[in-house]
Design a protein around this ligand. Sequence first.
Ligand SMILES: C[S@@+](CC[C@H](N)C(=O)[O-])C[C@H]1O[C@@H](n2cnc3c(N)ncnc32)[C@H](O)[C@@H]1O
Length: 370
Amino acid sequence: MGLYDFWLDIRDKCLTSPAFHKFALDFPFTRPIVRKRQSELFDFVSGFVYSQILFACVKLGVLHYDRVKSGGATLAELCEFTGLGPDETYRLARGAASMRILQERRGRFRLGDLGAALSQNKGACAMILHHAALYQDMADPVAMLAEGRKATNLSTYWDYALSNDPKAASELEVAAYSDLMSASQQDVSEEIIASFDFGQFDKMLDIGGGQGTFATRVSEAFPELEIGVFDLPSVVERGHLRQAEGETGGRIRFHGGSFFTDKLPTGSDLMTLVRILHDHDDAPAQKIINSAYEALGAGGTLLVAEPMSTGGHAARISDAYFNFYLYAMGSGRPRKPVELVKMLKNAGFAYAEQKSTRSPFTCSIIVAQK
Ligand SMILES: C[S@@+](CC[C@H](N)C(=O)[O-])C[C@H]1O[C@@H](n2cnc3c(N)ncnc32)[C@H](O)[C@@H]1O
């Protein structure tokens, strides 16, 4: 037993002792620590309620209501806007104000600082709304874990998660998640472009690149780069439609197929896997990496970008949130960078290393070279 374990034993003895708890609360210097711990624990208890208040605000469009955005809405105005009764509206608005989604000022409700930031982030709002499926799946978390992997609301939403034949998915089955992925690309692509120099490459293939939103952001920033997107045929069809509507970069080439059964197009010196590997269990994830390795020429680079289990401030997001989200979805898990590096090396990559990003909450990056 090491010194740290010895300290942990002492800590636990103290924290499980009612006498120590009373002392720590009575003693002015330890009281703030006790209060902080109590508040942290209570946040876990009430987290579901916070989520639901936020969900209700986004669903009702409160953050985008003109009166809320400019100067603040009175309770009567909020009632009219939400269609809820005065008591119900007041509870919602007060709850949201306690979470800094709204702010109560001189009898009016205006945007709070968190609400203001969220209101301009369409992707985050879309993400919040699709959580209805997750909340239903996790209504009884013990049952969810006891029953094992099975069809859920979330696995239906992410059609490929439990599918034996993802290529057979119809356009309708991929529409919701493809649009959600496009809507939530803004922060992700900004983060990746800020952290990695695409300018050193000639030709890039974005594997599982959806409707081409990430590819479009990269091509705007690096117009010289030739860019292709590989995704399921029905997703690629949507990419073509968006391209025709001018939403997706006109120069981007789409390739339809499955990375499990089809060979990836060759000729790129850079391949990207953005928010892909964490969707898949170890064996299929390794298969995707192996396919990318095969399709890259000698010296080619593979960029992996997704939320990873990096510990520290982002630990709760990866190890609690993504861990359970992906379990409910029916496939995949967030991985530690060392695990991904090992998988990349298993595939044959000579070099694989984590690169720092500004916000590991959005994604972490690993760069591998063949
Ligand atoms: C979580 S989304 C990420 C999309 C995009 N990279 C992004 O970050 O916005 C996963 C993507 O992988 C695609 N995908 C899933 N299974 C696939 C398969 N077997 N072959 C090719 N693409 C697949 C999905 O259609 C979807 O576009």
